[in-house]
Design a protein around this ligand. Structure first.
Ligand code: NAD
Length: 420
């Protein structure tokens, strides 16, 4: 299985990043092996009746990287390319992210190989409910708590809550996070990841001496993370000059009106042909001149092919794993880009998920203001911790962030010892 996982390009990348930090930390072979490999890799089949009347069998996955520090926490992705290797890599990154943020969770991730854009709401509901029921033996508020990711949203989480609660015989709101507020979701959760990405990008700009009202930003991916990141940037007077989604890319040198664009995407399903913008080549978006570049879509979009051509001052990784280790090497050599690594940059989502889980356990609702101010405080602390650790140890920001997270997990594993 180890070899099989290492053959997967995304898992291989997560493993290489882990090895680099483990070398820096000088982890013993025993702790290193226990930290690196996932505790549980679960694959299920999901037979579902399509609207046509035919039955189709989908594959679903859940990887629980480790449970040493608490329940696993991580998103559920619906995408045609999802497979066990990708899910295992994402679960590993979640681990280090939760530990870096000081949250009492291990890392988890799930996915169903399907294309939600070609499925009706009824079919999506059937896939979600059957996946949730197949997962019943493996999840619970103290074991594994899912959240939305690519292709899923708060409606998906509401269906999972319903399946789990129906089986429990009572409402169990702590089974997922990212639920609708009416179902005891948290205020501020939907915007949290994107808000955090923009908050940290603004902090990085300040650190390198770029004034917000003169700054420009480019965002790849205009889904949950990208759109809310763009909206928060706009609220800081940072001009978002280009965005893209799976259908294309748009540009306006004077800045796009993000609120109107969000409504446009809601109405039409994509950013394409947004009035007042020109269409540009989606490939070119990553190498546009700007102060902040935010990849907020897929993994491995910044590679050895385009890393030398980036023209941003801050690279704020909203997506998980957007930059390959080869691209990292080029960026480190250039030394003119301030990188906010994914496990720090998009940690706003899991942090507010933690707040939601705590509120659910307490049966208590916090206000949006309370949530966002707690979030900003925790993100600012984590940002400073990573930047200072990087400086003291002469490390790139990514290695610093990963090392801080991995060390936390390694220390807990060492302290707990090996059973039996
Ligand atoms: P989403 O499904 O809401 O949005 C994804 C966006 O990416 C869409 O606009 C889609 O059109 C676009 N996209 C897809 N393929 C593209 C391509 N080839 N080129 C350009 N755009 C493309 O997903 P999301 O929840 O916003 O997640 C985006 C990323 O952020 C993922 O890597 C996810 O793991 C990560 N993330 C999400 C959260 C969260 O709370 N949702 C938290 C942490 C990290």
């Amino acid at each position: 299985m180890k070899e099989q996982l290492l053959q997967h390009p995304v898992f291989k990348m997560a493993a290489e990043q882990f090895d680099r930090s483990a070398d820096f930390l000088g982890l013993t072979e025993d702790v290193r092996e226990r930290c690196k490999w996932p505790k549980r890799l679960i694959t299920v089949t999901i037979p579902v009746k399509r609207d046509s009347g035919e039955t189709e069998v989908f594959f679903g996955y859940r990887v629980q990287h480790h449970l040493s520090r608490g329940p696993v926490k991580g998103g559920l992705r619906f995408h045609p390319n999802v497979d066990i290797g990708e899910v295992a890599a994402l679960a590993m990154w979640m681990n280090w992210k939760c530990a870096l943020m000081g949250l009492p969770f291990g890392g988890g991730k799930g996915g169903v190989t399907c294309d939600p854009r070609t499925m009706s709401p009824h079919e999506l509901e059937n896939v979600t409910r059957r996946f949730a029921s197949e997962m019943l033996p493996f999840i619970g508020p103290e074991v594994d708590v899912m959240a939305p990711d690519m292709g899923t949203n708060e409606q998906t989480m509401a269906w999972i809550t319903d399946v789990y609660s129906t089986h429990a015989g009572h409402l169990v709101p702590g089974i997922v996070t990212g639920k609708p507020v009416i179902l005891q979701g948290s205020e501020g959760r939907t915007a949290a990841t994107g808000h955090g990405v923009a908050f940290l990008a603004a902090r990085a700009l300040k650190r390198i001496g770029v004034k917000h009202d003169r700054a420009t930003a480019v965002v790849q991916g205009f889904g949950n993370v990208g759109s809310h990141a763009a909206r928060t940037l706009e609220s800081y007077s940072i001009n978002v000059i280009a965005v893209s989604d799976v259908s294309g890319a748009i540009h306006n040198a004077d800045g796009l009106d993000i609120e109107t664009l969000m409504q446009y995407v809601k109405d039409t399903g994509s950013v394409k042909d947004f009035p007042g913008s020109e269409s540009i080549d989606p490939e070119s978006i990553l190498t546009m001149e700007c102060d902040v570049l935010m990849p907020c879509a897929l993994e491995r979009v910044i590679t050895e092919k385009n890393a030398a051509d980036l023209k941003c001052k801050v690279l704020a990784e909203g997506a998980n794993g957007p930059t390959t280790p080869n691209a990292d090497a080029i960026i480190e050599k250039r030394d003119d880009i301030f990188l906010i690594p994914d496990i720090l940059c998009n940690a706003g989502g899991v942090t507010v998920s933690y707040f939601e889980w705590v509120q659910n356990l307490q049966r208590f609702q916090w206000s949006e203001q309370e949530v966002l101010s707690k979030l900003d405080t925790m993100l600012a602390q984590a940002f400073d911790k990573v930047v200072n650790y990087a400086k003291w140890n002469k490390l790139p920001n990514r290695v610093a962030a990963l090392s801080l997270g991995i060390k936390e997990v390694a220390d807990v594993k060492s302290q707990r010892g090996l059973y039996p």
